[in-house]
Design a binder for this molecule. Structure first.
Ligand code: FES
Length: 284
């Protein structure tokens, strides 16, 4: 069968384009492209002992939700904790546990970048190369780590310790440029400090982020994200916002700025306007 008339075939030329000939638009995966969640050696199913353990863990997760399908995100973290990434076995486990189709599970797993599609090292090192971090040095940090580790983004070191990736804004722009390791922040990094960081990770020593507890491995982190207790000392201690985070508030106060009255902004009477909370509100 020719491509013509199939999803990979000819698409209608837009109006006015006839004089320039037909327009071909490729839909769907390329023939040489593997399935999005199929990697060589990936588990297709769990051995019985693992299956039993996962079922027990999953039951405690699913029981927290009134609607079982709401447990999909933590269940994906659970199977990621088992395999280090999302495997066909993990997709099938989530689908069977929650009464979903594999396609539904895969659609979610491939939407969120915290779910990995390839085997992941003990430490997932993400360099923010979004706009602010990039111009503050994120691009230089990524280049330094690529050269230092001899890895392209997405690659894992041969010792299985480090997976390098460039990632989008971590919402820590006030500490740019930032690097995340297993989703924990390392603020105000430089090429030198980032090289030193990955060396420390590879040597196996304890490494502590700018905020929070000493790092654990990617799989251990995934289990915590699945909702199991984080028992690392200091893991759940609160903290106050740092000076870079509060600089806008400080300047606003120095200039005598105040948040506008909600009624002025929304046009609604004050009784119907949404509440404004926090510092800077009139009368605070
Ligand atoms: S741009 Fe890097 S944290 Fe926002």
């Amino acid at each position: 069968m020719s491509d013509e008339g199939t999803a990979r075939g000819r698409a209608a030329a837009p109006a006015g384009a006839a004089a320039r000939g037909p327009v071909f638009v490729e839909f769907g995966p390329r023939p040489e492209e593997q399935g999005q969640l199929v990697r060589p050696g990936a588990r297709e199913e769990y051995p019985p002992d693992v299956q039993v353990r996962l079922e027990s863990d999953a039951a405690s997760i699913v029981g927290r939700y009134p609607d079982s399908r709401s447990a999909l995100l933590p269940l994906l973290h659970l199977v990621q904790a088992e395999d280090g990434y999302i495997t066909p076995a993990g997709v099938e486990f989530c689908a069977a546990t929650l009464g979903l189709t594999g396609a539904e599970v895969a659609a979610v797993a491939t939407f969120y970048s915290m779910y990995r599609r390839d085997p992941t090292g003990d430490y997932y090192v993400g360099v923010c190369t979004n706009t602010l971090c990039a111009i503050m040095g994120g691009d230089a940090i990524l280049a330094a780590l690529k050269e230092h580790l001899d890895l392209a983004p997405g690659g894992t070191s041969p010792d299985g310790k480090i997976t390098l990736e460039h990632i989008e804004c971590n919402a820590a722009c006030d500490y740019a440029p930032v690097v995340m390791v297993n989703w924990e922040f390392f603020d105000n990094q430089t090429p030198e400090s980032a090289r030193s960081l990955v060396d420390d990770l590879r040597s196996g020593g304890a490494v502590t982020p700018s905020r929070g507890a000493t790092l654990c491995t990617f799989r251990e982190t995934a289990r915590i994200l699945a909702g199991f207790p984080d028992e690392r000392p200091g893991a759940v201690e609160g903290g106050i916002a740092g000076a870079p985070t509060l600089v806008g508030l400080r300047i606003a106060r120095e200039l005598g700025m105040e948040a506008p009255d909600p009624a002025d902004v929304t046009g609604l009477p004050e009784s119907e306007a949404p509440p404004v909370t926090g510092h800077g509100r009139k009368g605070d």
